[in-house]
Design a protein around this ligand. Structure first.
Ligand code: C2E
Ligand code: CA
Ligand code: CA
Length: 565
């Protein structure tokens, strides 16, 4: 490509004239040699050798059809069937109509008729063929992704729509392939390994679309789109792809999720099909094996529900439909459990849909950034409550709020939090921040910076859902945190599974090493509580003590604590 551009800037282009008749060669050469660097070959075999040798710098081949050794047709066929040579335009020299048509069908870009009595016309044809070929290479390269050779997204949609039109809107299927946790692969194994994975995936996708009448693109770094004629058995097809991919990628640490929208009717346009395929793909977000999901009516209803929640969100904030409930945390180190803090958890009291739990909307709002508004609201409500309890009971009960991974990317995060605390007339140390462990592993550098500065400003940090985010021990020791909160799923089975209990003990040992207290959440029974206490757990949160409570009820609990103290 660079070679070509250099030549575009005025350097001589090279042309080969292939003809067995000396006079003809010389005549053509004379017409072109002031404009081009001209080489000659007296038959197809000699020419092919030269062409192979100079394939990267050659701008045009002028080819006689009738020659000994290897004739023009044979040479043309070789050139047009070899990918490395096929970009070189070929002008054919003929004197028969029949031959013109045949050579154009075989891939010649133009023809020149003998005898050569109009030099200007010949020069114009030569220059036009070269220019067309060079432009098409430039177009090819701008519309395609360098790493995989697949289309860029914009061109993909452009051509896809053309395909739809040309096929009179025949049914098509949309497939989205996404490499799970690709940034982690890049970070752990290096960029070149990441590139290798993408190239393999790219080749696989080339094979799918080649000859199918479909097309494909790399949409963003680790995501691919495939648009192919509709299959009645998309399940079977994706099953086949899944098995093939496992073999092709050949690395069990790497998995791909595939989402598809199989459309046997033609009510949707290309973009809608991909919206749906993407949605199906997103559904697999928390799976880490190569797997697929097909858009269906269940997903469709879910999508409508999600859209409804998104569009109702602003109004809900204005009308204070979101309510914050508080689940107490008990310090169990002494003889008697002591209420030491609480976690603020959000609920949505929707006027039409009733009470909605955060499981239904948190990840939805994380996907589109709305979570930042909601979290800010929850933090403010919480700060206001901490303040009123402080006034009421004469001492501050620290409360933890959840900080979404999305909040971490807001450069104004610490300003927002400090502002909220100031407005409530509180110190930063009176608010605890829960940040999920997987946010640390997904983007460790960024988060370590953010969290360190938050701590310097006085906020205390609890690492939430510990045990699920695959932190390395090495990383843990450099993390700025004030408490570890064990993920609930480890607590569930500690009474029946010695292995789970052992895991919890190990996590508690890690916390000792880091010199931070351990919080266990999701504790439901006295038996679990005893085991945790014996294992050295410091703080307990769970239904065993209390469900999350509305602020009035939490205040009553504080009142009772005060009386019992
Ligand atoms: P999480 O931070 O891990 O919160 C703990 C969840 O466990 C809460 O569910 C809580 O009600 C539940 N839980 C507490 N004790 C028990 C128990 O003994 N047994 C069982 N089975 N469950 C228990 P919830 O309130 O539904 O919250 C779910 C998740 O939603 C939270 O998980 C948190 O990740 C997210 N979330 C909740 N509120 C907010 C918020 O204001 N902002 C953000 N960003 N996320 C929030
Ligand atoms: Ca939490
Ligand atoms: Ca948690």
């Amino acid at each position: 490509m660079q070679e070509l551009l250099k030549r575009k800037k005025g350097l001589h282009r090279k042309v080969i004239i292939v003809d067995d008749e000396f006079i003809q060669r010389e005549m053509l050469g004379a017409m072109l040699s002031d404009l081009y660097e001209v080489d000659f070959a007296e038959n197809g075999a000699v020419a092919l050798e030269m062409i192979r040798r100079e394939q990267n710098t050659l701008s045009l081949i002028i080819l006689d059809l009738h020659m000994p050794e290897m004739d023009g047709y044979s040479l043309l066929s070789v050139i047009k069937n070899e990918p490395e040579l096929s970009r070189i335009p070929v002008i054919v020299l003929t004197s028969e109509r029949e031959a013109e048509a045949k050579s154009l069908r075989m891939g010649a870009s133009d023809f020149i008729t003998k005898p050569y009595d109009m030099p200007d016309v010949i020069r114009a044809r030569v220059s036009r063929s070269i220019e067309l070929a060079e432009n098409s290479i430039i177009i090819h390269e701008t519309e395609r992704d360098e790493l995989t050779g697949l289309f860029h997204k914009e061109f993909f949609f452009e051509y896809g729509k053309m395909v739809d039109k040309q096929n009179d809107y025949a049914p098509m299927d949309a497939i989205v392939l996404d490499v799970n946790r690709f940034h982690v692969i890049n970070e752990l194994y290096g960029r070149s390994y990441g590139d290798l994975v993408l190239r393999r995936l790219g080749n696989f996708i080339h094979d799918i679309v080649n000859g199918s009448g479909g097309l494909a693109c790399r949409s963003d770094s680790n995501c691919f789109y495939v648009y192919i004629p509709h299959s009645d058995d998309i399940d079977g097809l994706l099953n086949k792809y899944t098995e093939l991919l496992k073999k092709i990628i050949g690395d069990s640490k790497i998995s791909i999720r595939i989402g598809a929208c199989s459309d046997d009717r033609t009510e949707l346009d290309m973009e809608q099909r991909f919206d749906r395929a993407r949605l199906a793909c997103r559904k697999l977000r928390r799976t880490y094996t190569t797997s697929f999901s097909i858009y269906d009516s269940v997903l469709h209803d879910k999508e409508l529900h999600s859209e409804r929640l998104i569009s109702d969100m602003d109004r809900a904030l204005e009308e204070k439909q979101f309510i914050v409930v508080y689940q107490p945390k008990y310090d169990i180190r002494g003889d008697k459990p002591i209420l030491s803090s609480a976690e603020a958890l959000v609920r949505w009291k929707h006027p039409d849909l009733g009470m909605i739990g955060p499981g239904e909307f948190i990840s939805l709002f994380e996907d589109n950034g709305l979570i930042q508004k909601l979290d800010r609201y929850v933090w403010s409500e919480t700060a206001a409550n901490i303040r009123s309890w402080k006034e009421c009971f004469g001492h501050s009960v620290p409360v933890s709020v959840n900080v979404s991974r999305v909040d971490i990317f807001n450069p104004l995060l610490s300003e927002i939090l400090t502002g909220i605390m100031k407005t409530a007339g509180l110190e930063n140390g009176e608010l605890l921040l829960e940040i999920t462990e997987s946010a640390y592993t997904d983007n460790s550098e960024r988060i370590i910076d953010t969290v360190s500065s938050l701590r310097q400003m006085g906020f205390r940090i609890e690492m939430d859902d510990f045990g699920c985010g695959y932190s390395s021990l090495n990383m843990l020791t450099s993390l700025p945190i004030d408490a570890l909160k064990l993920d609930m799923k480890f607590i569930h089975n500690i009474c029946v599974s010695p292995k789970d209990l052992r895991l919890v003990e190990i996590m508690i040992e890690i916390a000792r090493l880091l010199e931070v207290p351990v919080i266990a959440e999701g504790v439901e029974t006295a038996e679990q509580m005893e085991l945790l206490k014996n294992a050295g757990c410091d703080i307990i949160q769970g239904y065993y003590f209390s469900r999350p409570l509305p602020p009035e009820d939490f205040a009553k609990l504080l009142e009772k604590e005060k009386e019992n103290a």
